[in-house]
Design a protein around this ligand. Structure first.
Ligand code: SF4
Ligand code: SF4
Length: 102
């Protein structure tokens, strides 16, 4: 099991989560941050730090955020792989960079 960063991080990148991770497995890519599932020790420290509730345990990711499971797992293939999947998601969903996240 791992934690996954989802859609609310895209274009938000508040960075609060990164400093609390004890194993430094939260990485910045172009439009968001992702968790390296191979390194995450499932401690949960990052989840409450996110001001936009972007971080969830993998088994709690809602259906509409399922593409982000693949996006976080793509970190093992390099940041370009992650950036490509995020760009495809943004194009497919028409995600507004100026959207308001409640
Ligand atoms: S705290 Fe939330 S919005 Fe900020 S970088 Fe981490 S996951 Fe993204
Ligand atoms: S659950 Fe823990 S180990 Fe995994 S990304 Fe969050 S802070 Fe890091």
């Amino acid at each position: 099991m791992t934690y996954i960063i989802g859609e609310n991080c895209v274009d938000t990148k508040d960075m609060s989560c990164q400093s609390v991770c004890p194993v430094d497995c939260i990485h910045e890519v172009e439009k968001m941050l992702v968790i390296d599932p191979d390194e995450c020790i499932d401690c949960g420290a990052c989840e409450p730090e996110c001001p936009v509730d972007a971080i969830l345990p993998e088994d709690a990711i809602p259906d509409e955020w399922q593409p982000f499971v693949k996006i976080n797992y793509a970190f093992k293939d390099g940041k370009d792989a992650v950036n490509g999947l995020v760009a495809a998601y943004v194009e497919e969903t028409g995600l507004d960079p100026d959207r308001t996240i409640e």
